[in-house]
Design a protein around this ligand. Structure first.
Ligand code: GTP
Ligand code: MG
Length: 349
């Protein structure tokens, strides 16, 4: 019995010794891991730096992912292909992108005189950025005392005037402004219905008239209402009209004059242009600029098949600042235009 007890104790003691040895060995193995040579540790730090969130990059990526057609046209000037790009490729891309002959010729001349320092695409990026006017791209609400700022929206049929007003109303109301929409497209009742839908969505007030009534008087009523209620902004819609129809352009001049009478003050006349119309946008812009003193462009439908280059042509040939871009149909799909972000969205890999 005693012998059995002693034998059991010996077995337990041996087992304990073995377990402890194994633990020590394991501990020693663990000890080796953190004591890696410092050089190796720093190599790891350099090779895999912690990625810091870059808000600007996120925004650019979002824009790039929305500029479907335009990114497609510029694909030959991005990534590996960009290194091999020659003058002929640049010329073809610019022409296909709707930059137009005049601006493309100028850009190519500038590329030739820029010398051979740096890559062709890097120089093109620089010249494209220099093509943009340096004007203020903000939307002004600066008025004389006692007057109400009016933003008037003009353009040919179906370009996105009403939708752009709806998107802007949503943005302005969300930032605490009291907005009155003027349904100045009295040409068809459906136009006012469409604006009314946006007024319900955004929480903006709306003034509409009967179908066929005088657009100037509807806009005037909206301004009076805004002044009486202490609203901060009137967004005035107008009927789409052909830039070649002089009577309709004259009517627009009158609408603008009336809207600019006290208590109203037109602080922005936004020409809405459908980016998919390409070079025709330039002749539209020329006619509307003459009729209604355009202060800026809202370029819509850049999310579709639009090839993007018209932005450059509008600014460099007409000196008219693009202030807003439309990249979809919802309220969130209206962005302030930023040339650097835009050019990088086209050219960045
Ligand atoms: N994909 C896309 N569609 C847009 C954009 N802006 C407007 N649209 C669409 O374009 C169509 C015409 O827009 P409207 O706002 O009615 O255009 P409008 O200039 O007021 O048209 P009229 O009043 O008939 O002259 C609608 O189906 C809009 O949803 C945009 O940025 N992207
Ligand atoms: Mg409309």
């Amino acid at each position: 019995m005693i012998i059995a007890l002693v034998a059991a104790l010996v077995v337990i003691a041996v087992a304990l010794v073995l377990v402890q040895r194994r633990r020590r060995r394991r501990r020693r193995r663990h000890l080796f891991i953190p004591v890696a040579p410092p050089a190796a540790a720093s190599e790891i730090l350099v090779a895999e730096p912690v990625a810091m969130p870059d808000v600007a990059a996120v925004e650019a990526a979002t824009l790039a992912s929305r500029l479907g057609g335009a990114r497609g046209v510029f694909s030959r000037l991005r990534g590996a292909e960009a290194d091999a790009a020659v003058r002929e490729v640049v010329e073809e891309v610019l022409l296909r992108s709707d930059v137009g002959v005049t601006t493309t010729t100028r850009l190519l001349e500038e590329l030739s005189t820029a010398g051979s320092g740096g890559s062709l695409v890097a120089t093109l990026r620089e010249r494209l950025l220099a093509s943009f006017v340096t004007a203020d791209r903000s939307l002004s609400t600066t008025v004389e005392a006692g007057r109400v700022p009016v933003w008037l929206f003009v353009g040919v049929n179906g370009v996105g005037k009403t939708t752009t007003i709806g998107k802007l109303a949503s943005r302005e109301v969300a930032t605490g402004h009291r907005v009155v929409m003027a349904a100045g497209d009295t040409f068809r009742a459906a136009a006012a219905d469409q604006l009314e839908m946006w007024s319900q969505r955004s929480g903006a007030d709306i003034v509409r008239g009967a179908e066929g009534s005088d657009p100037s008087s509807v806009i005037h009523d909206a301004i009076e209402r805004a002044a009486a209620k202490g609203s901060s902004l009137v967004l005035a819609d107008t009927a789409g009209r052909l830039h070649t129809n002089n009577n309709l352009l004259d009517e627009l001049s009158k609408v603008r004059r009336v809207a600019d009478r006290s208590p109203g003050q037109v602080t922005e006349t936004i020409l809405v242009v459908d980016a998919t119309t390409g070079q025709n946008a330039l002749s539209q812009a020329r006619q509307f600029m003459a009729a209604a003193s355009v202060t800026g462009v809202a370029l819509t439908k850049l999310d579709g098949t639009a090839r993007g280059g018209i932005v450059v042509a509008l600014e460099s040939e007409l000196g008219i600042p693009v202030k807003l871009i439309g990249v979809g149909e919802t309220a969130a799909d209206l962005l302030p235009f930023d040339p650097v972000e835009f050019v990088d969205a086209l050219l960045a890999p």
